[in-house]
Ligand binder design. Structure first.
Ligand SMILES: [Zn+2]
Length: 317
């Protein structure tokens, strides 16, 4: 029996794995950071045995409230993921499972690997409506991929909106890249009348993964330098967070009518939008537009709601 995590997005430390009934584990911190919560590991050689895998430092994770009623994800083929019996008690989570195979994977949430990211980007780039630009490199030397959807020739841009969609600044929020996969699927479908009409009115700039290094390293929140990218937009440095430096530079070039910055939340089990109430020069007309947008979303999609979400910040806080 063996537990390993030396693969794309893997994260676990083994304290003890001699006895299937008492496997003791810890989650690794993000590099240069106190954040941790994402885990992803492989268990081999335990087919048919009742395994109890305890993550002993779960209580000190970034969002311990996320462990209440939490169920870990399990997969044999890393395509189909299911939930598995998990208990949170005294700051530890214990996953109990009888593997049906000698190779089984457990993760915090269905992973979205960098390999899948590459497939997503290359498939999108094959579409004639799409251009792919590598706008820079991360600290680990990975490409920062930007997909541009729609014709951006100057004469074609008259009257068209500029929409940015960025995802996964926090790499442990893999659902954000699953969101982009679904979005690209629909937006690039020539049979879809709504998508066709949207592309007549707007051009889309899409960054499916804002944090490739954190993703590959199995981080929860930060990049290779330990920077929490979500907090680096005001004055991004190319040394510490090239991801934001390059994307913000490009946004300054194109201008913006709408940005969706896609995240997942550890505790809130619903879809919501956190707006920009906290910015110092809050423009109430723009805020009204953002609320209007949410009301339209709610009408278009019963999965979206406005009742639950983050508390609204006062301007400048
Ligand atoms: Zn996030």
């Amino acid at each position: 029996m063996k537990i390993s995590s030396n693969f794309d997005a893997g994260n676990i430390q083994v304290i003890e794995a001699e006895n299937p009934g008492n496997i003791r584990l810890r989650i690794r911190h993000d590099h240069n950071s106190d954040f941790y919560q994402w885990f992803y590991f492989r268990l081999t050689g335990a087919k048919g045995q009742l395994c109890a895998m305890t993550i002993e430092n779960a209580g000190g994770a970034a969002y311990p409230e996320g462990w209440e009623d939490y169920q870990a994800c399990v997969s044999y083929d890393r395509e189909e993921w299911e939930r598995v019996s998990t208990h949170y008690h005294d700051g530890r989570i214990t996953i109990q499972h009888i593997p049906e195979s000698d190779s089984v994977y457990y993760a915090y949430f269905a992973p979205y690997s960098m390999e899948r990211h590459h497939s997503l980007v290359s498939q999108a780039a094959e579409d004639e409506k799409v251009r792919l630009h590598v706008i820079g490199e991360t600290l680990d030397g990975q490409d920062m991929d930007l997909l541009t959807i729609g014709d951006i020739a100057k004469d074609k841009m008259v009257g068209r909106k500029v929409i940015w969609i960025i995802a996964r600044q926090h790499p442990g929020e893999t659902m954000a890249e699953w969101f982009v996969e679904g979005l690209l699927d629909r937006l690039l479908d020539d049979e879809d009348a709504l998508s066709r009409s949207l592309l007549e009115k707007a051009v889309f700039y899409v960054v499916p993964n804002m944090n490739p290094d954190g993703s590959r390293r199995g981080h929860l929140r930060t990049n290779a330098a330990g920077a929490n990218l979500n907090r680096e937009w005001e004055n991004p440095s190319v040394e510490n967070c090239p991801e934001i430096f390059y994307v913000r530079g490009k946004m300054d070039e194109t201008g913006i009518d709408l940005v969706l910055d896609v995240h997942g939340d550890e505790a809130l089990p619903c879809n919501f939008i956190a707006c920009f109430e906290g910015i110092p020069d809050l423009d109430s007309a723009k805020l009204d537009l953002a609320y209007d947008y949410q009301r339209h979303m709610m009408q278009a999609n019963p999965d979206f709601q406005m009742e639950r979400g983050y508390p609204k910040d006062a301007p400048g806080t």
